[in-house]
Design a protein around this ligand. Structure first.
Ligand code: SAM
Length: 265
């Protein structure tokens, strides 16, 4: 398995009207061109990986920390990626991924690397990258080291297991817009974000309370997402109980939840 040809890395910025919780990616702004096989190829994924797959449409896509390679294989089978680059930092998961690629007969469309984050990738040779099933701080480390090497592409699909506010903040600071986001059910409620490089302030945050939008998601708030409402209700109960002890961080977090609930109405 070898690296394929370099292609134009820049994902075109999305029209603002197509951002949000239900934005589509792909030709003509719909998934229709993928057909039934494209949809079926995602059927074996759990809800969080399926949500991540639905936010990818790329010629060359890299999945960092693939482990079992379920996401990149589904992207190839569904036609959401023509070529997948798989990166793993440890040999065991990489061997699992390599076996899965071979069993799927997709060796010609996948490149596997042992390495840290974006380091094994050539500068600017990808349309998009996904990071799923990791902590937000691990992702920030990968993105920070990747930026230093000029290896962060124009589109990112991120599914952190915790603290998505850190990643929304990173996007605001580093010239990426949050073009869509979803919550997926699983052991927790998992946020899944698609970021795209774009100049200027991200319009998703306009007229929203900044801390609440960064912590809970501007598109999810505007959509009054049902899973987000459950999350806010859980957090409100938890934080109101803790607030009796008067800890400043708890009081701050409680105010952020109340601001988010005020948006949802
Ligand atoms: C919990 S698994 C998630 C697997 C899969 N992405 C998913 O969402 O189901 C995290 C994987 O990321 C890999 N990983 C963590 N940090 C990494 C890094 N800096 N570079 C490459 N792989 C990394 C780990 O080896 C592990 O296989």
């Amino acid at each position: 398995m070898t690296d394929g040809p370099t292609t134009d890395p820049a994902s075109p910025p999305p029209p603002v009207g197509k951002t949000g919780t239900d934005a589509h990616f792909g030709e003509a702004g719909t998934d229709a061109h993928l057909g039934e096989a494209g949809t079926d190829a995602l059927a074996g994924l759990d809800e969080r990986l399926r949500a991540a797959a639905e936010l990818v449409q790329a010629d060359r896509h890299a999945d960092i920390g693939s482990d079992h390679a379920a996401l990149p294989l589904a992207l190839l089978r569904s036609g959401r990626a023509r070529h997948a680059v798989i990166v793993e930092k440890t040999g065991g998961p990489l061997a699992v991924a390599r076996t899965a690629v071979q069993q799927a007969g997709l060796q010609d469309r996948a490149t596997l690397h042992l390495g840290d984050g974006l380091a094994p990738l050539g500068p600017q040779d990808l349309h998009s990258v996904s990071l799923t099933g990791m902590g937000a701080r691990t992702m920030l480390g990968i993105l920070g080291r990747g930026r230093a090497g000029g290896r962060v592409p124009g589109a990112l699909v991120l599914q952190p297991n915790d603290d998505p506010g850190l990643l929304r903040g990173w996007a605001q600071e580093h010239g990426y817009w949050l073009v869509t986001e979803r919550l997926a059910r699983g052991f927790w409620r998992y946020p899944v974000l698609r970021l795209e490089r774009h100049a200027g302030p991200d319009p998703a945050y306009a007229d929203l309370p900044a801390d609440a939008a960064r912590r809970y998601g501007p598109h999810l708030l505007r959509a009054r997402d049902a899973l987000l409402q459950q999350e806010l209700s859980t957090q409100l109960t938890r934080l109101e109980a803790l607030a009796r002890h008067g800890r400043p961080q708890v009081l701050h977090d409680l105010n952020v939840v109340r601001a988010a609930l005020a948006v949802i109405g």
